[in-house]
Design a protein around this ligand. Structure first.
Ligand code: S3P
Length: 174
């Protein structure tokens, strides 16, 4: 399993789990938001404010094109990245994709104090945030579902993940 790609809604913990997996597997960890911030020398907030969301989505595609897809890595994508154009199909070509699934209520709790650096939700009240999460999740679910694997809440920790990888690497019995 050379390249592992974690996808899922904002705040589900893609980067936190991704870093742990990369450490365990001894491969580089890549965070798409951080790479975009580095290459444009601006925060995601500044990019949205100055250029708008559609330019940011282009930047996400540019980032994907620029990625060396021959090397092993663990990639945590921005929450919206798989949901535009044919990005999800591309991600599935590059590596093993894992959707970190969480309910809208859980996402709300995780995001309520982490709105500032996320321009799509910055400034929303708790009620509006829940409405936003529910409708976006509904819209994005069809993309997320295309991941090779869906990880339920209890599977989203390093020990469970390692077991899953181990099982996936076993030769198939016929
Ligand atoms: C976004 C998710 C963010 C970041 C940007 C837009 C989205 O990444 O890419 O704010 O559209 O869901 P995280 O999922 O890491 O918060």
């Amino acid at each position: 399993m050379e390249r592992i790609i974690l996808i899922g809604f904002m705040g589900v913990g893609k980067s936190t789990l991704g870093k742990k997996i990369a450490k365990r597997l001894n491969v580089p960890f890549i965070d798409s938001d951080q790479e975009i911030e580095k290459s444009h020398n601006k925060t995601i907030g500044e990019i949205f404010a100055e250029f708008g969301e559609s330019r940011f989505r282009e930047m996400e595609r540019e980032f994907l094109r620029s990625l060396d897809k021959t090397k092993p890595f663990v990639l945590a994508t921005g929450g919206g990245m798989p949901c535009y154009g044919n990005t999800m199909a591309e991600l599935n070509k590059i590596g093993q994709t894992f959707y970190l699934k969480r309910s809208s209520k859980e996402i709300l709790h995780r995001l309520i104090h982490a709105k500032k650096k996320r321009p799509l939700i910055d400034g929303l009240s708790e009620d509006d945030l829940l409405v936003f999460i529910e409708s976006k999740l509904e819209e994005r679910r069809e993309f997320y579902k295309k991941a090779f694997y869906t990880l339920e809440r209890e599977e989203q920790n390093i020990d469970q993940f390692e077991k899953i990888i181990h099982l996936l690497q076993q030769p198939q019995k016929s």
